[in-house]
Design a protein around this ligand. Structure first.
Ligand code: ATP
Length: 221
């Protein structure tokens, strides 16, 4: 289904969202207060408009409330980001995603009704940190404050053992939800599935449990 999007703020983050949505064939309204930015995006987005997004009348005139999903990607100017979010919630926009600059900003955005708050620098920092701890940790995705999913290469410690032999759930409190092998993905693998060294396991659990799992079974010391 084709959906309409608006991206407010065309810095590196908002700009890359705008480019990606446009290249996926979505209708994108790009909004920025800076004329140079709008000139840069006028041939990329479906519409590109110079506007101050803290101005309710302007957003109303742009028909923002009929847009399915609005992304607020104003970074440095926290006040403008908060005011814009308030205007969008007041206008009844159905789905609002806002980029937070810090934890305090995130808290306020959640309070004032942002539907999704993203923290790309912090999240990417966490993912890269896990990735550099071990070549076997391929990706790391935070699900909540204390739960995550990791994607790990099985490696020598796990290879040749079945899931029941490794007893990951009982030993470490986390679950192997899928195994990727040679381009295929096996979701909810059986307990007697034998792991190969090159397999990629997708593991879900509490951060403290995942951390024990990584220390004992993933990181080669
Ligand atoms: P990134 O790290 O993604 O580049 P950034 O933190 O550098 O983001 P900013 O420069 O703070 O991002 O803001 C991104 C864009 O938001 C800028 O192009 C700026 O012109 C625009 N912007 C800031 N305030 C407003 C506003 N009130 N209305 C519309 N656009 C705004």
């Amino acid at each position: 289904m084709k959906r309409d999007y608006a991206v407010i703020g065309l810095g590196r983050f908002g700009g890359s969202i705008c480019k990606e949505l446009s290249s996926e064939g979505m209708q994108v309204l790009a909004i920025d207060a800076d004329e140079d930015k709008i000139n840069e995006y006028k041939n990329i987005a479906s519409h590109a408009v110079i506007a101050d997004s803290t101005d309710e009348a302007t957003l109303k005139d742009l028909g923002i409330k009929n847009i399915d999903h609005v992304i607020v990607a104003i970074g440095d100017n926290i006040q403008a980001s908060i005011l814009t979010t308030v205007v969008l919630t007041d206008l009844g926009v159905q789905s609002i995603t806002v980029k937070a600059q810090n934890d305090y900003h995130e808290k306020i955005l959640n309070r004032i009704g942002a539907h999704q708050v993203v923290h790309p620098e912090r999240d990417m920092g966490i993912r890269i940190a896990h990735n550099i701890i071990s070549n076997n940790i391929l990706d790391y995705l935070e699900l909540s404050d204390d739960h995550s999913i990791v994607e790990v290469k099985a490696g020598a410690k796990m290879g040749g053992n079945s899931l029941v032999q490794l007893d990951i759930r009982a030993e470490y409190g986390c679950n192997v939800v899928a195994i990727k092998r040679e381009g295929d993905i096996n979701v909810s693998p059986a307990a007697d599935e034998v792991i190969k060294e090159e397999d990629i396991l997708i593991v879900i659990g509490a951060d403290k449990d995942i951390s024990r799992f990584e220390k004992h079974l993933v990181i080669d010391r």
